[in-house]
Ligand binder design. Structure first.
Ligand SMILES: [Zn+2]
Ligand SMILES: [Zn+2]
Length: 342
């Protein structure tokens, strides 16, 4: 089979390798759709992410769906259509037993260098997957749409962490794919016309089209704009989805007293100065977010019921051989979501 192996910075090679052999508790999935994520771009451009440095070549891709072609279990048979939850928790540790399996002490992850040996991902014709990572997808859901369940999960988890209620005023910092998914899920959760900040016009156009109130921070004063819209009160909830250290300070300033700030963005692995007294005085809840847990069912239902505009989200599709082009449109910011169809 063919697979796209990461060898180092900007060194991604499509190679012909043996099909993976499944063991007990695993299935072999013929990959039909695999989305390009910000993490894949980090790996591609830098050969690593802030915290994970690959020790050997491996196949990237953790947002994927496909058809089972071999199975070692009774519950799944060849022909079943599935989307893969790429986290592999132990289901035994303190966190797993409390349902917070995204924090698992022994977590493995498909398609990243998070654990050693690295587990091959979805930018390949076939991928072997443990049965616990499988979620069935309904007839009406296409493979490309199903591959969105993973990034959508991040947004669902973010909105659950924030506890949005009907009419909540929300602000999203960063209109990249995750920021835009949060914009959509925040509205499904009851937020009306969330404010969303970026400096890339194309992203702000998408944000407006998806029901947001766009603010361009290179042209407008964010704090002034927030004060205008909220009569000086600030917003109930801020989602920091840009990963910019400066945005953290903006978040603490824009949230109202008693409000909530959820930090989602890939912040740099360094100290970030901030006036924490604001958190005390305004009694702000500051929450972190590490991927997601217990979200795939909700994500699949949202996608199946067409509650988000998937045809507008999936802006580009490519064959596996064209994966370098797929990465390019994602890196250049032309794609909202680029999908590879191996
Ligand atoms: Zn991802
Ligand atoms: Zn665990």
């Amino acid at each position: 089979m063919k697979g796209a192996f990461l060898y180092g910075p900007k060194d991604l090679r499509i190679e012909e390798v043996k099909k993976p052999e499944i063991e007990d508790g695993e299935v072999l999935v013929k990959v039909k759709a695999a989305g390009i994520c910000g993490t894949d771009i980090h790996y591609y451009l830098e050969g690593k992410t802030a915290v994970f440095v690959p020790k050997h070549p491996f196949i990237l891709g953790h947002e994927f769906s496909g058809i089972i072609v071999e199975s070692s279990v009774r519950t799944y048979v060849p022909g079943d259509r599935v989307v893969i939850e790429p986290q592999i928790p132990c289901f035994k540790c303190y966190y797993c037993r409390r349902g917070r399996y995204n924090l698992c002490s022994n977590l493995k992850f498909i398609g990243t260098a998070a654990t050693f040996p690295h587990i091959n991902g979805g930018f390949a014709e076939y991928c072997k997957v443990p049965v616990e990572s499988l979620h069935r997808i309904p007839e009406e859901l296409e493979f490309n749409e199903a591959a969105l369940a993973e990034p959508l999960s991040v947004a669902i988890h973010a909105c659950r962490r924030a506890i949005i209620s009907p009419g909540s005023r929300t602000l999203i910092l960063g209109a990249g794919p995750i920021g835009l998914f949060i914009l959509l899920v925040a509205q499904l959760s009851g937020s009306i016309e969330p404010l969303i900040v970026d400096n890339v016009e194309r992203r702000l156009d998408w944000a407006k089209e998806f029901g947001g109130y766009p603010i361009n921070f290179s042209k407008q004063d964010v704090l002034e704009e927030i004060n205008k819209v909220t009569s000086g009160e600030g917003v109930d909830i801020v989602f920091e989805a840009s990963g910019s250290p400066r945005a953290v300070e903006v978040a603490l300033k824009c949230v109202r007293k008693g409000g909530c700030v959820v930090l989602i963005g890939n912040l740099p692995n360094e100290d970030i100065p901030s006036r924490l007294l604001n958190i005390v005085i305004k009694e702000i809840d500051v929450k972190g977010l590490m991927r997601y847990a217990n979200t795939f069912d909700a994500a699949i239902r949202i996608l199946s019921k067409k509650l988000i505009p998937t045809s507008k989200i999936i802006t580009h599709t490519f064959r596996l051989e064209e994966i370098h082009d797929a990465l390019k449109v994602a890196i250049d910011g032309l794609a909202l979501k680029a999908i590879v169809n191996p």
